[in-house]
Design a protein around this ligand. Structure first.
Ligand SMILES: Nc1ncnc2c1ncn2[C@@H]1O[C@H](COP(=O)(O)OP(=O)(O)OP(=O)(O)O)[C@@H](O)[C@H]1O
Length: 309
C-alpha cells in the first residue's frame, strides 16, 4: 500500500454537549471516489469540515501527506480542495474574476494563475461563460464553478459535500460525469445521502450512523452485505406454486407472472441443485435461475440498525 494521502485517526467532535462524531478512523492511499454515506444528521458534514480544516476537532488527528492539519494548517491545506454544501461563490464576480480570486486565496504564485484559471475552466467546461456573472449562471454551472475553485491549485484530494443537492436531473448527470473525470487525477471524497449517487460514482463506501462508522468497504461488499435468501426462477411449463414448495430446500414461493417465481431458501447451493434436478425430471423447462440481490435501500436500512463497526 502506498503512503496514505489522508489519515484520519480517532476523530471525535462535540458541539456543546452532544457528540456529533465518535472515534472515526480511515485512510486514503489511492485515486478514486470515496463515498461518505449517511442519513441527514449522521455526521458527514462534521467529518468533511474537520478534514478540510474548517472546524477544529475535539479529539483525534487528521494527517495529510504526512502533515498534521492542526499543527501546520497552511501547508496541509495546499493538498486539499473543498466544495462545501453551500458553495462559497461570490456571485457578483464573473467566473474568471472569481477563479483568479480563489487562486490568490490559495497563495498560488501570481505568474501561474492565468494558466491555471484557463486550464480549470476548460476542465470543468465553463470557458464559454468566463465573462458571465456567476449570479447569471444556472445551478448546474454554478456547481461547476464551485468544483473549479476546489481543484484550481491541483490538490491531491478533493472533498465534495453533497455536490448534486438542488440540481435538476440533467444537471445531476452532468455534475456526476465531471466528478468521475476529476477522479482520474485527484482522490475524491464525496458526501451524500443519495444511495443511487453512491452506486453511480463510488469505488469505496464509508457509512456513518449517529456519528459512528458502521461500514467501510467496496461497493460490491456493500451490495453483498446482506447474504441473499431468494432466487428468481423462470419455468416455461408454469408449474403450480405448491409443486415448487415440495422441492427440498424451498421455504416459500411467490408467483411473479410470466412463468417467473421468487423462491425463498435457507441453503442456496442445495436449493439450486434440487430445483434444476426436479425441473429436468418433471420437464418444467427451466430458462432462468439466479440469486436475487437485496436492494441498496435494504442494505442501508439494515446497516442503519448497527451502532458501530
Ligand atoms: N454548529 C452546530 N452546533 C450544534 N450541533 C451541530 C452543529 N452542526 C451540526 N450539529 C449536529 O451534529 C450532528 C451531525 O451533523 P452534520 O451536519 O455533520 O450531519 P450530516 O450527516 O452532514 O447531515 P446533513 O446531511 O443533514 O448535512 C447533527 O445532530 C447536527 O444537528
Amino acid at each position: 500500500m502506498n503512503a496514505p494521502i489522508v489519515s484520519v485517526r480517532n476523530l471525535s467532535h462535540r458541539y456543546s454537549v452532544q457528540w456529533a462524531i465518535k472515534d472515526i478512523n480511515f485512510e486514503l492511499a489511492s485515486n478514486g471516489i470515496y463515498g461518505l454515506l449517511g442519513a441527514n444528521g449522521a455526521g458527514k458534514s462534521t467529518i468533511m469540515n474537520i478534514i478540510c480544516g474548517v472546524v477544529k476537532q475535539t479529539d483525534g488527528e487528521v494527517i495529510i501527506r504526512g502533515i498534521n492539519l492542526a499543527d501546520q494548517p497552511v501547508n496541509a491545506k495546499k493538498h486539499i480542495g473543498f466544495l462545501p454544501q453551500q458553495a462559497p461563490l461570490q456571485k457578483d464576480l464573473t467566473v474568471e474574476e472569481y477563479l483568479v480570486h480563489c487562486a490568490r486565496m490559495r497563495l498560488m504564485p501570481e505568474h501561474t494563475i492565468k494558466a491555471a484559471v484557463t486550464e480549470v475552466m476548460e476542465k470543468t467546461t465553463i470557458t464559454h461563460f468566463r465573462k458571465r456573472l456567476i449570479s447569471n449562471l444556472s445551478g448546474g454551472y454554478q456547481q461547476r464553478v464551485g468544483i473549479a475553485q476546489a481543484i484550481i491549485h491541483k490538490p491531491d484530494f478533493v472533498v465534495l459535500d453533497e455536490p448534486t443537492n438542488g440540481l435538476d436531473p440533467n444537471q445531476i448527470l452532468e455534475v456526476r460525469a465531471l466528478i468521475k473525470e476529476i477522479a482520474q487525477e485527484h482522490t475524491v471524497i464525496l458526501s451524500t445521502h443519495i444511495l443511487q449517487e453512491v452506486q453511480a460514482l463510488c469505488d469505496h463506501i464509508w457509512m456513518i450512523n449517529e456519528g459512528n462508522m458502521i461500514f467501510s468497504g467496496t461497493l460490491e461488499e456493500f451490495d453483498n452485505y446482506i447474504v441473499p435468501n431468494k432466487l428468481v426462477v423462470a419455468l416455461v411449463a408454469h408449474p403450480a406454486a405448491e409443486e415448487l414448495l415440495s422441492v427440498p430446500g424451498v421455504e416459500a414461493v411467490e408467483e411473479l407472472g410470466g412463468a417467473r417465481y421468487r423462491v425463498r431458501f435457507s441453503d442456496a447451493q442445495e436449493t439450486i441443485e434440487r430445483l434444476v434436478q426436479t425441473s429436468v425430471q418433471k420437464n418444467w423447462r427451466l430458462i432462468e435461475i439466479g440469486l436475487e440481490k437485496n436492494s441498496i435501500e435494504t442494505v442501508f436500512t439494515e446497516l442503519s440498525k448497527k451502532k458501530s463497526k
